[in-house]
Design a protein. Structure first.
Length: 69
């Protein structure tokens, strides 16, 4: 999932697109897998660089990878 976001640096990637690329199929209705994994990756990145926000949420759309302090 992180690779998908980094490959689309500074572009919003829809949750459905992330799911399709990572899990290889359409996202089931109301599935929260992408959100859970984003939360886990954020926690790991915060341990490495607590002052930097790497993954940004675009509510109702998806996520964007762009390191900001």
């Amino acid at each position: 999932m992180l690779v998908v976001l980094v490959e689309n640096l500074d572009r919003v990637v829809r949750r459905e697109r992330i799911y399709d690329l990572v899990w290889g199929g359409p996202m089931p209705y109301r599935d929260r897998a992408v959100d859970v994994y984003v939360r886990r990756v954020r926690m790991k990145l915060r341990r490495l660089a607590p002052e930097t926000e790497f993954i940004h949420t675009h509510f109702g759309i998806g996520y964007r990878f762009w390191p900001e302090q």
